[in-house]
Design a protein around this ligand. Sequence first.
Ligand code: GRF
Length: 197
Amino acid sequence: MKLGFLASHHGSNVQAVVDACRAGRLAATPCVVISNNGESEALARARRQGIARYHLSGVTHPAPGQLDAAIVDALSRHGVELVVLAGYMKKLGPSTLARYHGRVLNIHPALLPRFGGPGMYGRHVHEAVLAAGERETGITIHLVDGEYDHGPILAQCRVDVRDGDTAASLAERVLAREHAFLVETLDRILRRDLILP
Ligand code: GRF
C-alpha cells in the first residue's frame, strides 16, 4: 500500500509510520510527504529518509484551486493509495477529497466528536480536556471530509488523565501513544481487519 502524508509541523507521526514500514512492521511504502510549511520538521524528516517531499501552500499556489490541484497531482504522481493527515493544519480541497474519497485519514489527539474542530489543535485540545475535568482522553483516527476533525470514526484509543497532569504532560503521553496507535490502525486497514467503508 502506497502512503502519502500531509503534515504541517513536527512530523513525529509520519516518522513513526516510516520507521514501521522500514522495519517491516507495516506492509506499506511511504511515497510522499507534503507540507504547507516549508520549514517544517516533517519535510526535513522526508529529506533525511529519502522520501519525495513537496512544500505546497497558499503562498506557493495562490490562485483559487491551484493548491488543491497541486496536492492531488503530487499524490497521484507518486501512486498514493491512502493519505494520512498527521498534524496537517489546513483543509483539503474538493479535488483532493474527490480523488481520494474515503481514503484520507486524520489522527486527532482526543476522543472525537468532543474536543475537535476549529481551534482545537496542539495544546488547546489538552487544555480543554483538563478544563472539562475529564478523567480520560484519547486518540481518534477518522476518515476526512471537508470539515476539521470531522468524518466517520475508524478507531479510538483511550489514554488516562492523571492527577497533576498539565497540558504539556498530557500532550506528551497522548503523542507517544499516537505513534503506536497510528501504526496499529494502518496495519489493521492493510490486513483488512478494519474495512474502510
Ligand atoms: C498530533 O497530536 C496529531 O494527533 C495532531 O497533530 C499532532 C501532530 O504531531 N493532528 P506530529 O507533527 O506528528 O508530531
